[in-house]
Ligand binder design. Sequence first.
Ligand code: F6R
Length: 603
Amino acid sequence: MCGIIGIVGKQEVAPLLVKSLTRLEYRGYDSCGVATLNSTGIEVRKDVGPVAEVACCRELASASGEVGIAHTRWATHGGVSRENSHPHMSCDRAFAVVHNGIISNHHILRAELQRRGHIFSSQTDTEVFAHLLEETYQTGGAVEEAFIKALHRLEGTFAIAMISSHEPKRLFCAREKSPLILGITPEASFVGSDVNAFSAYTRKAIVLDNGEYAVLSLTGYKVRGIADGKLRDKRATEIDWDVGSAEKAGYRHFMAKEIWEQPEVIKRAMEVPQQEIASLARLIRESRRKILTGVGTTYYVALFGQYLLATLAGEFAPALSSDEAGKLAPMDPESLILAISQSGETFDTLQVLRQARTAGAQTAAIVNVPGSSMTREARLVILQQSGPEICVVSTKATMAQMVLLVRLVAEISRLKRHASATQPLKIFKELTRLSELITVVLRTQQEHIRHLALRYHHQHNWFFLGRGIYTPIAFESALKMKEVTYLHAEGMPAGFLKHGTLSLIDEETPCVFLIPPKEEKELYDLTLSSVEEVRARKGKVIAFSFDETCGNYDEVVLLPKASLWTAPFLHLLAGQLLAYETAVALGRNVDRPRSLAKSVTVS
Ligand code: F6R
């Protein structure tokens, strides 16, 4: 949510700032801007629109200076306008700031500053910080002192980067609950909201912790505590991150590329060391209460985990959406909270982990982005190794998380001797075939799904229906459809339909049914009876099915024969493809749907 990049270099930094903005654009994309420091002072160029557009019309890359900061915005305080886009400046134009997070006491600070004569040019919470800096600097001392004094006035969450014409060779940054990472090379020092900001230049990163600030120069960095000013011993760690994944590589959209990367991403999830899975499995076994949590897509992944744990390992582990989990989950030393997150930065999920830790509960996380806040917050962390996911909507990370959950649950059932001795091995073997099955669906069904999308994209209301373990996949497929097409789509357990929702079904309503393999006889029969209920109301039935011959469908997406453990993955893929192709048919902004941002780091 909002991308920040700052660079202290040996040569002009604006071209690098623009490149980094492009890589951070998935964090927010309603406006962007850069501020550079040169012999005439601070120069700010910014505007509304995507990075490529603003870079072109405001000539961002030709701003002059060897020190600079830049920002790509996802609006929270103040509408989408040039004035509200970052960087923001003080009245004397000696300070420029970019910010991610929410300064919760900004109203009070603004009123105070206005009383003392400061003129504001935006409605943002961020701008108060620029004016505060001007005042704290006037009270005497160096810029660093002014920076700390101004930080002490802030409440809420922030990742801030700042430059000042009073200190033209240095860059200042600070973190409180919003992520900030440093990258140091012999040529330049970087600060970014995440590793994508500078991973093209270095993979050595220093992660700032909450309550820390840093001063960057060409000779390196110094990190201190905001509260006590004490020097912190921060070492760089190597971040294993596939930079190439952040390029489109010939695909029309990142979403398509990331869907097609799934066979490879599954293989990488299968290579996550078994020891890590076994440690988490033991922790789950030893904990009296276990709660899975995530939000949006990762809540549905957690729900998938809940079904797996119940059916395969005989464990009751409720999935709670992290935006509400804090009010529901018992947090005590006998509880384990397992968080699932692509970014590792989602505010709601991070809060649950923090709350759990404070209450003495056990914490674990399955996370994609190395060095992210959750990897530091949770006691036990499994990195899913999916590489950068650039499209705002999650696809490949979801699939990898599901693979890890199947592996985890197979291990728990082995430890508990809940399943027959050979079953975990069998599941592992089936998962190793999954990449192949996914490739088959991609090769044989995408074209067909494109045609379906062309036939149905004008329909405004969609249902995605499944039973048992297919329910979370129905939820997730509906979410994908909503996110990228802006159509109304609802995911629902198929059995729930007759308890009210049937009233919405008519000949204009496509109902996508996730039909289980026939071998799951009970689920299969139950799902087919829901199909009949819809057909009786003239609803259009689109079946994702392993069996063309059965059922009374209007359309079928035929999936290759799969086992009980691999079938949900193929349904998920079909749902992703249907959402993607429908969005393309509607001419939507697939990689950056309106109003969304990739990592939601505010409450
Ligand atoms: C859906 C989507 C969001 C995220 C949610 C959690 O496509 O991207 O629903 O899944 O915001 O994000 P992470 O996984 O980064 O914690």
